[in-house]
Design a binder for this molecule. Structure first.
Ligand code: DPP
Ligand code: ZN
Length: 873
């Protein structure tokens, strides 16, 4: 497979302005008739051939302006249909046959639980019909779906229904029209035996929009939260961005087999059932919040993605980075804003930093790729969102909003680039964003080394910042970036933020300084007392910030920093320093001693009356093993696990009574609701229970058992079950697991959780359990959620996946090899943990590389090929 390059971009020689499709559905032989209105682009050569994409299609008929084409009139390959001589404007008609039931890749038209559905982003439409499958070809669509009236009573496509009727032999049809020109990746079709819940939304200009959520009958009781979230998102986008919905109907459909989370098809969003269905008894608080965020994300795409889309797939972050930023702000406004930020950054620093430091590192706008589905990454999405957030902070909200308005107005109905977006921001603000653009083209996480000195004699504080971005594959040399550093100086006497004066200018107590050179020194004057700097407040730039904080400094910031995010981060840094010592002790076989400063910091947290319980729960959460690993030059999975467990147990022993008190104070019998208040209470209660269960004394175990038995809501039940299963109390865990598995055997989303709980145990029997569970009737390798819940979760189980006998790696490679044939997109994603081999000791490196080599021997899909090739380069 050959890469495509951004620098090779050419506008399409032919535009399709209108597309009419007729689907005659059949599991193995669906007929697709297409009638395309085609026009040559003014700038294209008269002799330019018409080149259409098409894969896995059987061509039955082809004509231009009603004239059938003979085989000599066109060329057909596995991937394209080329017609050399075409007029400047014409109608192209084709008829092809496809087999949805044998489509295990879940791209294009496929069947899930017997129902038909589609996934066309990025390049799935070419599996449906011959078409210029690229986002800069935008057409209006009219789609007729013909199905069996019994098996497929519901026939959906984008836009509004304009016709329907019955046909011979028990068949019926519905015709849909979408008046908004769209690229084919936003096409969608759903057909099956579905039921709906319906609601309404009145837009800001007073239009009535019908909202429908389509699910299988047994899931009708799991739709309330998604519908409520949708309405909140619609209101938020009107109030915050002035964006109004533009069709009379908005539909969401839940399907069980789906590669991604959800898809923003115009007027007909298709969702992975895991990203839309919730019920207090089946979904955790985290799942409720996830659903709210994803429903909002896909809805927000209606403007940032659909009305204004990407010129080419290199610009993917144009719609994804902006839309993730939008959904993050929505969730922050709807829930606890500091907690949302803490959780997002915590995940980002663990997973995106690792991606940016590994062999698949790429810029937010890559300059080449082999397989675009490999680029739906944390870098494109989350780092892209961080960069949009920096723009918002650089411009300030008001100017940013004007830039956003200009962008939507100027480019409505067009397929555009990242320069177009950033250009609007520069234009409305007058800010020079040229250097800022490096964020889009440079891969790798910038490291900022900071150090500061207080000059008593002159009452000055000198802060020196130095930046460097490490080399990444294909990018040995990096330019300095524009890094906005939000900061304060916290006086050690007063415990208060000091007023900042920089070069004679008073900046207030909370300021942003701009690091644009390799190294800069900032001199703050009139600093009346020795300060501790609080840097990168609210994580103002996606960088690694190093500052030689002492543990006393960190304990001080933990209680005094006015920035909630940095208070939390000070706690994380303090814990990391203690963990470092313990990891070293473990490696050297020296007795482990707990740092009393961490214990005292936790005691203060547990006994102080902090109003935001959700933040408190985050502050009591230790850095994850994955995040600790990120800080180590060579990852020692066993030492990290042992050190972290030692800290958990030491804290639980020293603060047992405090944890029990917190547990008891935060229990509630109220009916479950996913409100921020209740979620905060449950988080706090459950984190306390986790600590208590790390010592497994009788009282703690009894509390855990009782919580499981009370069966109040899935958050509490799952948490208690996880703690039992991850404890050494097999006598309690085995019956609990069995009861849970039997109770929920009928519910695939709960069974996903049942799988994950078992394979994330730290005990050494997990590999065998994965093998056993892969034979369980509820498991299917063809279902992406099951693969993620079982195999994906196992690969996150650090001590077991990284077993020294290499069997964890071999298991993953076996699954990748099987999935490479069935579902290349999921296969390629699953390899990720193996691509991180450089981070481990010599023995593990060899084992991991050997499995990558073994995969490489297979006849590979381009998806898996690209990842393996990079990993072994
Ligand atoms: N465009 C989708 C999303 O991120 C992914 N298919 O919303
Ligand atoms: Zn998206």
């Amino acid at each position: 497979p050959q890469p495509v390059y951004l620098s090779d971009y050419q506008p399409p020689a032919y535009q399709v302005t209108h597309t009419e499709l007729t689907f005659d559905l059949d599991p193995t032989a669906t007929r697709v008739k297409a009638r395309l209105t085609v026009e040559r682009h003014a700038s294209a050569e008269q002799t330019a051939p018409l080149v259409l994409n098409g894969e896995h299609l059987t061509l039955h008929a082809l004509s231009i302006n009603g004239q059938a084409l003979a085989e000599a009139d066109y060329q057909l390959t596995d991937e394209t249909l080329t017609i050399p001589n075409v007029p400047a404007a014409f109608t192209l008609e084709s008829e092809v046959e496809i087999s949805p039931s044998s489509n295990t890749a879940l791209e294009g038209l496929y069947q899930s639980n017997g129902m038909y559905c589609t996934q066309c982003e990025a390049e799935g439409f070419r599996r449906i019909t011959y078409y210029p499958d690229r986002p800069d070809v935008m057409a209006t669509f009219k789609v007729t779906v013909i199905g069996d009236a019994q098996r497929e009573p519901v026939l959906l496509a984008n836009g509004n229904p304009v016709d329907q009727g019955t046909l011979e032999s028990g068949r019926h049809f519905v015709t849909w029209e979408d008046p908004h020109p769209k690229p084919c990746y936003l096409f969608a079709l759903v057909a099956g035996d579905l039921t709906k819940v319906e609601d309404h939304f009145t837009t800001m200009s007073g239009r009535n929009v019908t909202l429908q959520l389509w699910v299988e009958q047994e899931n009708l009781d799991k739709t309330d939260h998604a519908m409520a979230s949708l309405k909140r998102a619609m209101t938020w986008d009107e109030e915050t961005y002035g964006r109004e919905y533009d069709l009379d109907l908005f539909m969401i459909v839940a399907v069980n087999d789906f590669n991604m989370g959800a898809m923003e098809n115009k007027g007909l969003n298709i969702f992975n059932s895991a990203a839309v269905l919730t019920h207090p008894n089946t979904a955790t608080d985290a799942a409720f919040q996830n659903v709210e965020g994803i429903v909002a994300h896909e809805y927000f795409h209606n403007w940032s993605g659909n009305r204004v889309t990407c010129r080419d797939w290199f610009q993917l972050s144009l719609k994804e980075g902006f839309t993730v930023f939008r959904d993050q702000c929505f969730s922050a406004d709807t829930n606890s804003a500091p907690v949302k930020r803490i959780q997002d950054v915590s995940f980002f620093r663990t997973a995106q930093f690792a991606e940016d430091a590994g062999p698949t590192a790429h810029p937010i706008r890559p300059d080449h790729f082999i397989e675009i589905t490999n680029f739906y990454t944390l870098t494109i999405y989350e780092k892209g969102a961080e960069v949009v957030r920096m723009l918002r902070n650089l411009l300030g909200w008001e100017a940013f909003r004007r830039g956003s308005d200009l962008y939507f107005e100027r480019f409505d109905g067009q397929a555009v680039t990242i320069e177009d977006f950033v250009g609007c921001m520069a234009e409305v603000s007058g800010i020079d964003l040229d250097q800022f653009m490096h964020w889009y083209s440079q891969a790798g996480t910038p490291e900022v080394d900071a150090h500061g000195e207080y000059d008593y004699a002159h009452a000055e504080y000198h802060l020196t910042l130095r930046q460097r971005t490490p080399a990444t594959p294909g990018q040995p040399d990096k330019q300095p970036l524009h890094i906005p550093v939000s900061m304060g100086l916290v006086g050690t006497k007063s415990g208060q933020d000091l007023t900042l004066t920089l070069e004679g200018e008073k900046l207030g107590k909370d300021a942003v300084i701009h690091l644009t050179d390799d190294e800069q020194t900032f001199i703050f004057t009139d600093v009346a007392e020795a300060p501790v700097p609080s840097l990168l407040r609210d994580f103002s730039a996606p960088v690694k910030l190093h500052f030689p904080y002492s543990r006393e400094d960190l304990a001080f910031l933990l209680t005094h920093d006015s920035d909630g995010f940095n208070r939390w981060d000070a706690g994380q840094r303090l814990a990391l320093l203690a963990l470092d010592d313990l990891i070293a002790a473990h490696r050297n076989g020296v007795e482990k001693v707990m740092d009393s400063r961490v214990v005292e910091a936790f005691r203060t947290l547990l006994t102080s009356s902090m109003d935001d319980k959700a933040v408190l729960a985050e502050m009591l959460t230790l850095p994850s093993e994955a995040y600790i690993a990120e800080q180590q030059p060579i990852v020692d999975v066993d030492a990290i696990h042992a050190a972290r467990e030692f800290v958990r147990q030491s804290l639980a022993q020293a603060l047992r009574d405090e944890f029990i008190a917190v547990y008891k104070e935060n229990g509630t019998d109220e009916a479950y609701a996913p409100t921020p208040e209740q979620i905060a209470q449950r988080s706090l209660k459950n984190i306390a229970l986790s600590y208590l269960m790390s010592i497994e004394d009788d009282e703690s175990v009894a509390l855990c058992e009782a919580q499981f038995a009370a069966d109040h809501n899935m958050t509490d039940v799952r948490h208690a079950l996880t703690l039992l299963v991850h404890s050494d109390r097999a006598d309690l865990a085995t019956p609990a697991l069995k009861a849970f598995g039997e109770k929920w055997a009928h519910d695939p989303l709960v069974m996903d959780q049942w799988f994950t709980i078992q394979v994330s145990r730290p005990q050494p029997d997990v590999l065998e359990r994965v093998q056993y569970l892969m034979q369980h009737p509820a498991f299917s390798i063809k279902n992406p959620n099951k693969v993620r819940a079982l195999v994906g979760a196992f690969a996150q189980n650090r001590v077991n996946f990284h077993r020294l006998d290499g069997k964890g790696y071999a298991l993953l490679a076996d699954v990748v090899i099987e999935l490479n044939r069935l579902n290349p997109e999921i296969a390629a994603r699953l390899i990720t943990p193996l691509t991180r081999w450089q981070r481990f000791d010599e023995a593990r490196q060899q084992l991991m590389r050997a499995e990558l080599e073994r995969i490489k021997q297979e006849p590979l899909s381009s998806n898996v090929f690209e990842v393996v090739e990079k990993a072994l380069a």
